[in-house]
Ligand binder design. Structure first.
Ligand code: SF4
Length: 150
């Protein structure tokens, strides 16, 4: 297996310009970059990540620390919204077993009561059903949802 690059960023929680009604994305988080699934149809394939996405995987090692600060500030201002995990990688890459960034991020998201939208091809998501159930029960929906998802 190729070793991922470890990188540090200045921000991790991205606010979208507007929520797409299908994608439900008020915010996005990408704790890894590039993706070992390497789907032929993926929009990131052939971009700066190259044709073989597995060769360009990075781990955002300060992502959890940044997320804690950003969620704290957003929750203080009551700026609740759906967080898409993830929009430009899969949150459950094989290396998630080792780094557990997605699991740590979900714990923070549950703590600050944000709703979440997980997009994955991996059954590793089953590992985090405990936190996802908690989020399902306690998340505060964006004000324009009137407290309901339907
Ligand atoms: S799993 Fe998603 S992010 Fe990864 S290559 Fe496939 S479509 Fe792209």
């Amino acid at each position: 297996m190729l070793m991922p690059r470890e990188i540090e960023l200045k921000t991790i929680l991205n606010k979208t310009k507007r929520r797409d009604p299908w994608f439900l994305d008020d915010y996005t988080i990408n704790l890894y970059s590039s993706c070992s699934f390497n789907c032929l149809y993926c929009y990131i394939r052939g971009s700066k990540y190259g044709e073989n996405l597995e060769e360009s995987i990075s781990v955002k090692v300060n992502g959890i620390e940044l997320l804690e600060k950003q969620l704290y500030l957003r929750s203080k201002k009551q700026q609740y919204g759906f967080i898409v995990v993830s929009s430009a990688t899969d949150p459950y890459l094989k290396i998630e077993e080792q780094y557990q960034l997605t699991r740590q991020a979900l714990k923070l998201i549950a703590h600050y009561k944000f709703p979440v939208h997980i997009i994955t091809k991996s059954d590793l998501v089953i590992r985090d059903f405990d936190i996802l159930h908690e989020i399902d029960k306690t998340a505060i929906l964006p004000s324009d949802f009137g407290g309901k998802l339907q």
